[in-house]
Design a protein around this ligand. Structure first.
Ligand code: ZN
Length: 700
């Protein structure tokens, strides 16, 4: 590891944050340098501080400490992410023999200079008790690779000599802050602390000194690990079927079995999002004969168990792509996994007292020859688990190459996973109505499809956007990802008329999200013109997209939803034309009637599996300036002519002919889709018009 410090960059931070003073500006700069190294910190991990002064309202300079606040990541931190506290008041606390976590947080909050500041890190007192001006803390992989082994303390001593104090493992909080301060006092001249099975602290009188000491100590650890290799991680045999194909088969089976019964008859499942990773590094690791023993050992640091659970689940590979053997393989280990987790919880409760049990399901699932699946309440969570586990793989391998891995005992993991401050937060956040669900929307790059996708995302759903127009799709995906987060959205180029293309799109959704719960066949085209002049090719093309396309989507959806076994919703976007066809609009009207009929047949066939199929009949949707309707751009002039109107007057014509005199938007249709997908009423085979009231189109 090398220093990323550059004088000109440092100067630009001092200029940018001049209003906050040089200390805080440089604190932000080197915090970001640390945050930029995933080998040092991941997802909110690590923290930094600076001791400086705070000018109060009377103009007096008060000694202050600024520590990273919770909810901030080091790689993107700003001065507001480093709340300031009264340093003298915090230091006085060192005289106390003990302090509960709740009172510690209370002391931190009541000594803030700003009432609206984020709560400082739980390691804030540790920073306060160390005398140096700048303090940096990470959970560096290389340092954990030194400490997480039999004889770890001796290795740390051999690598660093007296340059660091050593702190035996204690859970973060007041006791650790005291232990760290004592280790500092015991080791004269030290410029850092190694916290066994936790991480590294360094300090200095300047931001650069503290940061560069950090990098140097990590670099020494990395060099030691390279120089002391005595064996390599064994390679497994190459997989017999393509890992991506196997992953598409396994993911929905896994996702279905990871869904918990909720007890709510209207929404019977609490699902998880599951994402697959099968790149070379992951495949090599999961397929290695050395994997199992290392995977069963405890995590690198206890806080990882919050994201990954104490252990991953390992599914034996039965070979092939048949669902039966895979189902058996998953069920065989899942039951044992849940039983083990409950035993771990019971042992923790016996030792520490009552706690509210968290779900016993794995977050990391390893399958030799296939890769790693990670699970979470959202794909963002699943991805955090994946990032942490990748570092776990690398670090455990490095230990294995140079010694024998050793994690912390279960009870230390339990203390962090069931930490009182975390327990207090349970049940306080209400999930959105479609949280933990995945929707697929065809024709998603269009005005209507993108509006439906937007509404589903707003309702907490993850959405796979399917469209054949690659460019428009990418633009829509970017726009929605900006608003709802990268992890909630996936763009898949797809032609609804292709059998293969449809299977491929569904397989991709399975690899990326674990499966789907809401399927919205929405893609549609139109050709306008009198029946007598309608070309056969035009007729066929419209049937291909609007009718065959819906059939192929429904067929694949039925297969996927059944494989998951957790019900689901299909919402067919039909048309007002189903009940009120339009003259010179034969191909479109007939194809939409076919789509609506397909939906009703699907409702009959799939109800036994808890799958509801409903339709929405919108009248013309013209889109917005941001996302105009491609369909209406194409057929608008003809439809206007058929009614003796100017194209520009068409939207107003549609508005005026309705009972409610309302201009329809794609969002209105999206609301109807969300209504059905939310299972608010036990309804299937139904049609909901979104047409502002058209008597001739009333469902009948
Ligand atoms: Zn830490």
């Amino acid at each position: 590891m090398r220093s990323r410090w550059f004088d000109d960059e440092a100067r630009s931070f001092v200029e940018r944050y001049a209003a906050h003073g040089e200390d805080l500006a440089l604190r932000v700069y080197t915090s970001r340098l640390i945050g930029a190294e995933p080998d040092l910190v991941l997802h909110g991990g690590g923290n930094t501080s600076v001791k400086s002064t705070f000018r109060d309202l009377l103009g007096e300079e008060v000694p202050a400490i600024f520590v990273k606040g919770s909810g901030w990541n080091l790689d993107t931190i700003a001065p507001e992410g480093l709340p300031g506290m009264d340093l003298a008041a915090l230091r006085r606390l060192r005289r106390l023999p003990s302090l509960s976590d709740e009172e510690m947080v209370n002391q931190q909050r009541t000594h803030l200079f700003r009432a609206d500041a984020p709560t400082p890190s739980v390691e804030a007192l540790l920073h306060a008790f160390l005398p140096a001006k700048f303090v940096d803390h990470s959970h560096a992989d290389a340092v954990l690779a030194l400490t997480n082994r039999i004889g770890g303390e001796e290795v740390v001593r051999a690598v660093y000599g007296e340059r660091v104090g050593i702190v035996p493992y204690v859970m973060p909080g007041f006791a650790l802050s005291l232990a760290a301060a004592e280790a500092h006092d015991r080791t004269p001249g030290c410029s850092g602390l190694v916290l066994l099975k936790h991480g590294l602290f360094t300090w200095g009188e300047t931001a650069r000194e503290s940061y560069e000491r950090h990098v140097e100590l990590v670099d020494l650890a990395e060099r030691w690990l390279v120089g002391n290799r005595r064996r390599s991680f064994a390679l497994g045999s190459p997989p017999s079927v393509a890992p991506a194909d196997a992953a598409a088969v396994i993911a929905p089976l896994l996702r279905g079995r990871l869904a918990q019964e909720s007890g709510d008859p209207d929404r019977p499942f609490r699902r998880m999002i599951v994402e697959w990773a099968g790149d070379e590094e992951v495949l090599a690791w999961v397929s290695s004969p050395d994997m199992e023993a290392l995977a069963r050992s405890n995590p690198l640091t206890p806080d990882h168990s919050i994201r990954t659970k104490p252990r991953p689940m390992i599914v034996a590979n039965p070979d092939g792509l048949d669902t039966e053997p895979w189902t058996r393989a998953i069920e065989a280990v899942l039951e044992g996994y849940v039983r083990d987790y409950r035993a771990y919880f019971a042992a923790g409760v016996a030792a520490r007292g009552e706690r509210r049990a968290l779900d016993p399901l794995p977050r990391v699932i390893l399958v030799p020859g296939v890769g790693m699946f990670t699970a979470g309440a959202s794909r963002a969570e699943a991805r955090i688990a994946a990032d942490i586990y990748r570092h776990t793989m690398r670090t455990k391998s490095r230990v294995h190459e140079t010694g024998e891995y050793e994690g912390l005992p279960d009870l230390d993991l339990f203390d962090v996973e069931y930490w009182s401050l975390e327990q207090a937060k349970l049940g306080k956040v209400k999930e959105k109505v479609l949280a933990r669900q995945v929707a697929m929307v065809t024709g998603a790059a269009g005005a209507l499809g993108s509006a439906i996708a937007g509404k589903l995302l707003e309702a907490g759903c993850h959405v796979a956007l399917l469209d054949r127009d690659e460019e428009a799709l990418a633009a829509t995906a970017r726009r929605l990802a900006e608003k709802h987060g990268e992890a909630a959205v996936e763009a898949i180029v797809h032609d609804v008329t292709g059998e293969e293309s449809t299977a491929r799109a569904f397989a991709k959704v399975c690899r990326r999200f674990g499966g789907a719960d809401v399927v919205v066949p929405n893609a549609g085209i139109a050709r306008s013109g009198p029946l007598a002049d309608l070309a056969l090719a035009d007729w066929r093309q419209v049937q291909e997209v609007n009718s065959t396309g819906v059939f192929l989507t429904l067929r694949e959806a039925a297969r996927l939803l059944r494989r998951q076994g957790t019900g689901g919703n299909v919402v067919v976007i039909a048309s007002k034309n189903v009940f009120a066809p339009g003259a010179e609009f034969a191909a479109y009207s007939a194809s939409k009637a076919a789509a609506a009929q397909l939906g009703k047949v699907a409702a009959l066939e799939l109800a036994a599996d808890g799958i509801r199929v409903n339709s929405v009949n919108p009248d013309a949707i013209f889109g917005t300036a941001e996302q105009p309707s491609g369909l209406w751009r194409e057929i608008g002039p003809d439809r206007a002519r058929a009614r003796g109107l100017e194209p520009a007057d068409l939207a107003d014509f549609y508005r005026r002919r309705s009972l409610l005199k309302v201009r329809l938007t794609g969002e209105h249709v999206g609301n109807a889709v969300v209504f059905f997908a939310s299972n608010l009423t036990p309804t299937t085979g139904a049609t909901l018009p979104v047409d502002a009231g058209l008597p001739e189109a009333f469902p009948r």
